[in-house]
Design a binder for this molecule. Structure first.
Ligand code: ZN
Length: 684
C-alpha cells in the first residue's frame, strides 16, 4: 500500500515563506509600560459589588439575532472603513510604511504561504470585515460581535484543513513543522496580531518523512499496511530481503544470528503485555545490530491501530542502524503464520525517511492582542502544533491549533480591545515531553506572576464541555463562562469544583507547576482512542460542528478572562496532599500494611473496610473518596474474620490537615462576606 505522509500538495517553497523575519525576541515589537509592581490577583475579600465587566458594559451576554450570511453581504460599510480593516499586519507594514491597499496586496503575494488561496482569503477577509461593520453599525457589544462572527462566519475547519491536508503531519524537528509554524504566524499576522516565532531550544538532528510502500514479493505478491517509527532509518530506495522470525529461546541464538544478515526480522505476535525475557531481548538486539539486518517488524495493535512513537537521536553519530516497522496486525499475523510453517517469504520496502543535520531550531509561535489597560498581564490561549507523523495530526492536535487560530481571528475581526493582553501560543515538542511549553515557562519566567490564566486545548475534537475551578476561582469563572452556557443547549458547559489544580498531561502542566492557573478543557474522549497517535488521525476524523463551537468558547473565555478586574485568584491553588492509609488494597480488602496510619491503628491483611464515618463503601474509589471527605478524624468500620470492629485513623496533626482547615476557614469567611458565585440575574 502506498502511503503519502504529506497527504496533499506541498505548500510554497521555504524561500517565499521566509519573507517575514524570525527572531527570538522581535526588536521591533512595541513595548508597553513596565508592569504594575504588585499583580492584582483578585482580593479574596472583595464582595459581590465588584464590577468585572466594564469591557462589555452596557452590552450583556444576551443572544444576538442570528444573521444570515446573505444579509451580511448586502450590508456593505463605507469603503474607507473596509480599507482600514484590511490594514497589513505589522511585519508587512514595516517594509512598506506608505502601503495603500493595492501595494498591500502586492506584498501579500510574496508574504503569504499559500498564494493559490489568496483570492479566497481576501474575499473572506472582506466578508468578515463587512460582517463586523454590520454589527458595529447596530451598536453591538464586543461580545455580541464575537458571537455573531463565531456563529455565522466560523473558519475553524478551514484552518484545520490546511494544517492537516496541505501542510501535513508536523513532527518536531521536521520541515513540515517549520512550514506550519511560519504559516500559523502569518495567519495571526494577517488578522493584525503581533505574531512571531520564538526559539527556545535546538536539536542536533531533524527528521523528514516522505512516502513509503511495502509488499510481500514471494511466495505471492501482496501489499502491506504499516508505519515506521518516527526517526526510523529509511531504505534509500526499494530494499528486498527474506523475512526471518526472531528466535524463541537463547539456545537457538547462535544458529539464528548466523543467518539473519540482510533479512527483515519479524517479532512473533504475543498476547497483550507478554514480552520475551529480558536477556533474550538483549541478545536479539545485539545480534541484529551486529549482523546488519535490513529492519525489524513488529505487529500493530490487535484492534488494527498503528500507534506512532519514536525517539529523536541526540546527535548525527547516534542515528539508528535499522528500519523500525510497525505492521498491521492482520498482515503481521499472516507473516508469522507463513514463517511458522517454514514458508520462505521475501519482503520489499521502499521508505523515504530522511535525517537532517542540525542544529534544528525549535520554536513556539506567539501572537498577541495587546491589552489596553494592563498590557503586561496575560491570558494565554494555547495548543501544541507538533504531532506524530503517522497520519495528518488532525485530532492531536490540529483541532486545538485550529480553535486557537480561529479564536484569534474572531477576536481580531470583532475588533475587541481587551483590558489585558490575550496571547495565543502554539508549541512544538509536546509529544516528546512538553519541550515547547517548558521552554516558554523558562523564557517568560518574569511574566508568570502576571499571567492570569492558561487555557490549553489538546484533547481531541469533541466540543469544550467544561473546566475545573477551585473555590477561590468559582465566582470569576461563573461570570466568564455565563455566555458560553447559553450558546448551545446541546453542548452544555460545566464548571467543575476541584480541590486544586493538577499538572496533567499537556502543555498547561509546566504552568501549573510554576504556580500559574493552567487548565485543560474537559472534553468527551469518545472515539479518541481510535485516532490518538494512529494512522486514523486525519482531517475527516474532526467534528466540524464541535470544532466551531470550541473555537467560539475559546474566544469568549479569552476575552472575558482578559476583561476581569484582576488576575484569576490563585489562593489555595495547589492540591493538598491526600490522606493516605499506608495499605495496598484489592477493592476494599487490605492486601498489605505498610508503615502509616493503618499500621498504627493495628489493621491486618485480610481486613475489609465496610464504612467510613458511617458511609458504607463498596469499591476502592468510594473508600478513597470517603477518606478524603469531611473532618480529619475518621471512624472506620472493618470486618475482621466474622466480626465487625471500629478503628480510628486520626489525621488531625498532619501538615496537610492544617492547610485544609485554613482553606475551610478562608472560604467560610468569604462566603459570609457574600462573595459567592453570581447568578444569571446578577448579569442583567
Ligand atoms: Zn496532544
Amino acid at each position: 500500500m502506498r502511503r503519502s505522509a504529506l497527504g496533499g500538495p506541498q505548500p510554497a517553497t521555504s524561500a517565499t515563506l521566509s519573507n517575514v523575519p524570525v527572531s527570538v525576541r522581535d526588536p521591533f515589537r512595541l513595548r508597553g509600560p513596565a508592569p504594575a509592581a504588585v499583580p492584582r490577583h483578585r482580593n479574596p475579600g472583595s464582595g459581590p459589588g465588584t464590577s468585572r465587566r466594564s469591557a462589555d458594559a452596557p452590552g450583556q451576554p444576551r443572544r444576538p439575532p442570528r444573521r444570515p450570511a446573505a444579509r451580511i453581504q448586502r450590508e456593505r460599510g463605507p469603503r474607507a472603513t473596509l480599507s482600514a480593516m484590511l490594514q497589513p499586519p505589522l511585519a508587512v507594514r514595516r517594509r512598506a510604511p506608505s502601503a495603500c491597499v493595492g501595494a498591500f496586496f502586492a506584498l501579500l503575494l510574496t508574504a503569504l504561504p499559500l498564494p493559490g488561496a489568496l483570492a479566497a482569503q481576501a474575499a473572506q477577509a472582506a466578508q468578515a470585515a463587512e460582517a463586523t461593520e454590520a454589527t458595529e453599525d447596530a451598536g453591538a457589544s464586543p461580545l455580541e460581535r464575537i458571537l455573531a462572527l463565531g456563529r455565522d462566519d466560523n473558519r475553524v475547519q478551514d484552518h484545520l484543513r490546511v494544517l492537516t491536508q496541505e501542510l501535513g503531519p508536523r513532527l518536531t524537528s521536521s520541515s513540515n513543522l517549520e512550514r506550519a509554524e511560519r504559516w500559523c504566524r502569518d495567519r495571526f499576522a494577517s488578522w493584525g496580531l503581533d505574531a512571531r516565532l520564538e526559539q527556545y531550544d535546538e536539536w542536533a538532528v531533524g527528521f523528514d518523512r516522505g512516502t513509503s510502500s511495502g509488499r510481500m514479493v514471494a511466495p505471492e505478491e501482496r501489499e502491506l499496511t504499516f508505519i515506521t517509527r518516527a526517526w526510523s532509518r529509511g531504505t534509500d530506495g526499494p530494499v528486498r530481503g527474506p523475512a526471518v522470525l526472531e528466535p524463541e529461546s537463547l539456545d537457538e541464538m547462535d544458529t539464528w544470528a548466523a543467518g539473519v544478515g540482510g533479512a527483515w526480522v519479524v517479532q512473533r505476535a504475543r498476547a497483550r503485555g507478554e514480552q520475551l525475557p529480558r536477556d533474550l531481548r538483549r541478545a536479539i538486539r545485539a545480534a541484529t545490530d551486529a549482523a546488519g539486518v535490513l529492519g525489524t517488524i513488529r505487529s500493530g495493535s490487535r484492534d488494527g491501530r498503528l500507534v506512532m512513537s519514536g525517539r529523536a537521536p541526540g546527535s548525527m553519530d547516534e542515528l539508528p542502524e535499522t528500519v523500525a516497522i510497525t505492521l498491521h496486525t492482520d498482515d503481521c499475523a499472516d507473516l508469522v503464520a507463513r514463517l511458522g510453517r517454514g514458508e520462505p517469504v521475501e519482503l520489499e520496502f521502499n521508505i523515504d525517511n530522511r535525517f537532517r543535520r542540525g542544529p534544528i531550531p525549535l520554536h513556539n509561535v506567539l501572537a498577541d492582542i495587546r491589552g489596553t489597560e494592563f498590557p503586561d498581564e496575560f491570558v494565554l490561549v494555547q495548543a501544541h502544533l507538533d504531532s506524530w507523523d503517522g497520519a495528518e495530526g488532525a485530532c492531536d492536535n490540529g483541532t486545538g491549533v485550529a480553535t486557537t487560530l480561529e479564536a484569534a481571528r474572531l477576536l481580531a475581526l470583532a475588533g475587541v480591545r481587551p483590558r489585558r493582553t490575550i496571547r495565543f501560543v502554539l508549541y512544538s515538542g509536546e509529544e516528546q515531553g512538553l519541550h515547547g511549553s517548558r521552554g516558554y515557562v523558562r523564557e517568560h519566567a518574569d511574566e508568570l506572576e502576571h499571567t492570569s490564566v492558561v487555557l490549553n486545548h489538546d484533547n481531541g475534537t469533541k466540543y469544550l464541555a467544561g473546566i475545573g475551578a477551585t473555590e477561590a476561582m468559582r465566582a470569576d469563572f461563573e461570570w466568564v463562562f455565563a455566555p458560553v452556557r447559553s450558546l448551545d443547549a446541546g453542548r452544555p458547559f460545566e464548571i467543575r469544583a476541584v480541590e486544586g489544580l493538577r499538572p496533567g498531561p499537556s502543555d498547561h502542566a509546566p504552568f501549573v507547576r510554576a504556580g500559574v492557573p493552567g487548565f485543560h478543557w474537559s472534553q468527551s474522549n469518545e472515539g479518541y482512542r481510535r485516532v490518538h497517535h494512529t494512522q486514523h488521525d486525519v482531517f475527516a476524523a474532526a467534528d466540524s460542528a464541535d470544532q466551531q463551537h470550541s473555537a467560539l468558547v475559546a474566544a469568549i473565555a479569552a476575552y472575558r478572562f482578559a476583561s476581569l478586574d484582576g488576575l484569576v485568584d490563585r489562593t489555595f491553588m495547589a492540591v493538598p496532599e491526600a490522606r493516605k492509609m499506608g495499605v495496598y488494597l484489592a477493592g476494599t480488602e487490605i492486601q498489605r500494611v505498610l508503615a502509616g496510619k493503618a499500621q498504627d491503628a493495628g489493621w491486618q491483611v485480610g481486613d475489609v473496610v465496610l464504612a467510613i464515618d458511617g458511609t458504607a463503601v463498596e469499591t476502592q474509589a468510594e473508600l478513597v473518596s470517603a477518606l478524603q471527605a469531611g473532618g480529619p478524624r475518621k471512624v472506620v468500620s472493618l470486618r475482621r474474620g466474622g466480626a465487625t470492629i471500629e478503628s480510628v485513623l486520626d489525621y488531625t496533626d498532619d501538615p496537610a490537615e492544617v492547610e485544609r482547615e485554613a482553606r475551610r476557614k478562608h472560604f467560610e469567611e468569604r462566603a459570609q462576606l457574600g462573595d459567592g458565585p453570581e447568578t444569571e440575574d446578577d448579569e442583567g
